[in-house]
Design a protein around this ligand. Structure first.
Ligand SMILES: Cc1cc2nc3c(=O)[nH]c(=O)nc-3n(C[C@H](O)[C@H](O)[C@H](O)COP(=O)(O)OP(=O)(O)OC[C@H]3O[C@@H](n4cnc5c(N)ncnc54)[C@H](O)[C@@H]3O)c2cc1C
Length: 269
């Protein structure tokens, strides 16, 4: 079978309206995972409801790459922009239920403004801290801790084929860089399980492999000096724009402090 035929067959096998990957939760872990899976060519839909808990932070000073810190809401926007640039898509909705399997496909029930719809996906990556209620159909270990739920996993696998988990909901440490790294780790596990040859995800200078008589490995890209300069110029322009003005989102705080005389707000207000 030619590669074109294989690709046509794969499209036919793919249920109409179905997504190759549904990521539930578009916070730090979900957005980082989406960047990795989309870069590997997996058609990725992120469904998010509400806001990352990171939006309650006042100034984020311990993520890599920002020596003087960064507005956490701007940081979230940048993570989303990175996932979007790499091809991920987004919908706003709360995932209220999930059923299915890798073999049959997964079906998520998504709610927006009282309306429900189904989202079909081949695989699902859960990054919905602190909510794992919608996993009750599955044989996964969930630890209840007050209003929070933590899902047991190994390398991001839940034990249910095709169902993955990442970020704080795995009870990793409670820092953004940990959740970002965990999202990337789970994404790479999923990419490997999907047998997509995308091991490195590296961009290297022209000749790095080929001048040593090697093929460019899958998931690697060699770029020449002109392309490198173009990408760096685009990067500088984007960063200047991000940091040109203060972010306009309101500070979030703990729900118990909402509506006090300081005028602090909780999510969504
Ligand atoms: C006050 C405060 C200050 C912090 N300060 C720092 C700091 O200075 N440095 C640092 O490194 N870390 C800080 N953190 C921790 C950091 O914010 C978290 O560790 C990190 O955001 C966890 O990432 P996550 O992706 O697992 O969860 P989140 O970023 O919270 O993302 C989860 C997303 O899933 C969505 N979601 C939940 N349920 C559903 C559902 N059923 N359907 C669809 N979407 C759903 C949520 O609304 C959210 O958008 C702080 C946290 C708080 C609360």
């Amino acid at each position: 079978m030619s590669s074109e035929q294989t690709s046509a067959q794969e499209s036919a096998d793919h249920t109409a309206g179905s997504h190759e990957l549904l990521i539930v939760g578009g916070g730090v872990a979900g957005l980082m995972a989406a960047t990795f899976t989309a870069r590997a060519g997996i058609e990725t839909l992120v469904v998010n409801d509400g806001e990352s808990v990171l939006n309650r932070n006042a100034h984020l000073e311990n993520v890599p790459g920002f020596p003087a810190g960064v507005d956490p809401r701007l940081f979230g926007d940048m993570l989303k922009s990175q996932a979007t640039r790499n091809g991920a898509e987004f919908q706003s909705a709360r995932v209220a239920d999930l059923e299915g399997s890798l073999e049959a496909g997964f079906v998520a029930t998504a709610e927006t403004d009282g309306e429900t719809r189904e989202i079909l996906a081949d695989r699902v990556l859960v990054a919905s801290f602190p909510d794992a209620d919608f996993l009750e159909e599955f044989d996964v270990d969930i630890r209840e801790a007050g209003k929070k739920q933590y899902v047991d996993e190994e390398h991001g696998r839940t034990g249910v084929e095709g169902l993955y988990v990442a970020g704080r909901i795995t009870e990793r440490y409670h820092q953004a860089v940990i959740s970002a790294g965990d999202g990337a780790k789970t994404a790479i596990t999923l990419i490997h399980d999907a047998e997509i040859p995308f091991y490195n995800d590296w961009v290297v200078p022209e000749g790095y492999f080929t001048d040593r008589g090697r093929e460019v490995p899958p998931g690697c890209e060699e770029i020449d000096a002109t392309e490198q300069q173009a990408r760096q110029a685009e990067s500088r322009a984007a960063m200047q724009e991000y940091f040109a003005e203060p972010h306009d989102a309101q500070q979030r705080t703990h729900p118990s402090l909402v509506d006090d005389d300081v005028g602090r707000v909780d999510f969504g207000e």
